[in-house]
Ligand binder design. Structure first.
Ligand code: CU
Length: 171
């Protein structure tokens, strides 16, 4: 009895997870959020040295040219629905993700973390682009080279979770 209940719960959670991404063939609802042209800046991370036992040296995670092992992803997010929504967070499996906005203060570009997320009004397009909003990828563990692709998961307040394939290319 107990294992049947567990199985039922498991199936239900799988079904719900599938619905969330809009991937379930039986799902009739289409996400009002469309994501176009996702891309990210390349980042070169120095080859990891090991001591023979798989432990990292101090240089691990640092980049050539001392630019920091960060990248940023950009895209257009279109809210085709009639409800306002909000991009609240994101994740990748190789870095820490934060939502940022670059702004110019006294001639100096500064990045600010959008801790409340970024609103996308009904019918509007949110453009993430260099010099503006971006998905910051902090502490990238492996180099992102031009031509690479990676999965970025974005969480919206109403539309739920969406995963997009991001192309790595030069700005
Ligand atoms: Cu940033």
């Amino acid at each position: 009895m107990r294992s049947l209940t567990l199985l039922a719960l498991l199936l239900m959670s799988l079904f719900l997870a599938a619905c969330n991404t809009g991937a379930a063939p039986s799902s009739t609802s289409v996400s009002p959020i469309t994501i176009e042209k996702p891309w990210a800046r390349p980042v070169m991370v120095e080859a990891t040295m090991t001591d023979g036992e798989g432990e990292m040296t101090e240089g691990e995670g640092e980049t050539a040219m001392g630019m920091g092992s960060n990248s940023a992803a950009y895209m257009q997010i279109i809210n085709t629905g009639n409800e306002d929504d909000r991009l609240v967070s994101g994740s990748v499996d190789f870095a820490t993700v934060e939502l940022h906005q670059t702004s110019i203060e006294d001639g100096v570009a500064k990045m600010q973390q959008m801790t409340e997320g970024v609103a996308i009004a009904a019918g509007e397009t949110l453009t993430l682009e260099p010099g503006g909003y971006h998905v910051m990828l902090i502490g990238v563990k492996d180099s992102l080279e031009v031509g690479d692709e990676f999965d970025l998961t974005l969480v919206f307040e109403k539309a739920g979770t969406m995963t997009v394939s991001v192309d790595v290319r030069q700005p």
